[in-house]
Write a protein that binds this ligand. Sequence first.
Ligand SMILES: NC(=O)c1ccc[n+]([C@@H]2O[C@H](COP(=O)([O-])OP(=O)(O)OC[C@H]3O[C@@H](n4cnc5c(N)ncnc54)[C@H](O)[C@@H]3O)[C@@H](O)[C@H]2O)c1
Length: 254
Amino acid sequence: MITADLKGKVAFVTGAASGIGLAVVERLAANGAAVALNDLAHNPRLAAEIARLRAAGHNVAPFPGDVSKPDDVDAMVAAAASHFGRLDYLVNNAATPGTSKPIPVDDFAAMDEAFWAKLVSINQIGPYRCLKAAAPHLKKAGGAVVNVASTAGLAYGASSSVYASTKAALILLTKEWAYAMGPEVRVNAIAPNVVDGSGWDCRFDPAGMAATIAKMPLKRAGKPEDYAETIFYLLAGAPYVTGQTIVMDGGGAR
Ligand SMILES: NC(=O)c1ccc[n+]([C@@H]2O[C@H](COP(=O)([O-])OP(=O)(O)OC[C@H]3O[C@@H](n4cnc5c(N)ncnc54)[C@H](O)[C@@H]3O)[C@@H](O)[C@H]2O)c1
């Protein structure tokens, strides 16, 4: 496990009360960073995780809000920067599949206008809103951004083609934003495949999942901690890496 001295650094993590987001918070806090945790206001896990992390001695604070709401994003990022006095790192992790079971690629009726609008607003424009609000603070600090994309955005298959398109857009935006934020700020992404231990609300066919995992060189689903390790590296290390997406698929699935 890699470590870094992050005392004096401040991170803002969206969708931080669960899964990959929470694992990133743990890594950053364990290495001395102060962390602003964002999640939906009605998610009871946000307050519970803040209490647990504070009891462990970490400098964390909650900034509830919905990344699909511009006013929420502006308010929560401003409040976090004011509370901690700076922002060094942004992790755009919050996202949703918007469905409890996968939608076949030809089921156009299921992927209606409201479904498109919801997923694009949360998964694609949400990271833009957060970056826009955090950009002046990140540039001043000379920080870094990691976007949590997905192998769905690389045509591995997805809960829906709409979800896949939002993650493909985020991979493209990672390149665009590397130009927008350089040279002060690096912007990278990870593309997880299956996550063992997420609170994801889309359940896939277990037999199909087992077959996918059996084809991987690493023979297991990635844990939130595995993904957090790479996010931590891209934030705290990797000084000459920007605009890149690290594919984390257990080595492939042929
Ligand atoms: N679980 C998977 O199989 C998988 C695979 C590839 C990529 N991903 C990506 O990994 C990231 C994290 O997923 P996870 O598996 O840890 O999921 P998770 O459900 O455990 O965590 C996501 C968190 O985001 C929060 N959230 C959802 N919508 C939000 C919004 N509009 N505003 C603020 N917070 C919001 C949720 O409340 C939840 O706490 C996501 O970007 C997801 O697309 C997940």
